[in-house]
Write a protein that binds this ligand. Structure first.
Ligand SMILES: [Zn+2]
Length: 160
């Protein structure tokens, strides 16, 4: 029991947080934004930041879910160093967001769908586990992957 039970416990919490990130992602749909959502939780599992892709809504090329969630978390906690937090995001981060994860010293990243075209935490690049950097991130991929991928697939299918 012991260890496997706690591993299952962590997986269940990750899945629960991914549901929250998915909720956030769906809120991007009304503005025509690609539905990607993110949440940041502190060491106690309390949500301290949320974000969704808002590039169309704000006209800001850097308004990705992860960046917005990290900014909100930093504002909530009153510090830029988020070294006791977990970032949960529905799609594998791009290069900018992977960089932001490293800059915020986030130790753990949970992602839903992999992005074979632009993913920068294991797919095209792996900026969060680069041996040349001091900071490395634990990456847990494929959490509610089918749901996260379906949301994006439906979005792009509707636009065609
Ligand atoms: Zn990004």
């Amino acid at each position: 029991m012991g260890r496997s039970a706690s591993v299952r416990g962590v997986a269940a919490i990750d899945a629960m947080l991914m549901e929250v990130a998915l909720e956030e992602a769906r809120l991007a749909l009304p503005t025509g934004d690609v539905p990607v959502g993110a949440v940041v939780v502190d060491a106690d599992g309390v949500v301290v930041g949320r974000g969704r892709n808002a590039r169309e809504a704000t006209g800001d090329p850097t308004a990705h879910a992860e960046v917005l969630a990290l900014r909100e978390a930093a504002a909530t906690l009153g510090r830029w160093r988020l070294d006791d937090c977990t970032l949960v995001v529905t799609l594998e981060p791009c290069a900018m967001c992977a960089g932001a994860v490293v800059l915020a010293r986030v130790p753990r990243l949970v992602l839903g769908a992999w992005d074979p075209k632009a993913g920068a935490t294991g797919s095209v690049h792996d900026l969060v586990r680069d041996r040349r950097l001091n900071h490395r991130v634990e990456v847990v991929g494929g959490v509610l992957e089918a749901e996260c991928a379906a949301l994006l697939r439906d979005f792009f299918a509707d636009r065609r």
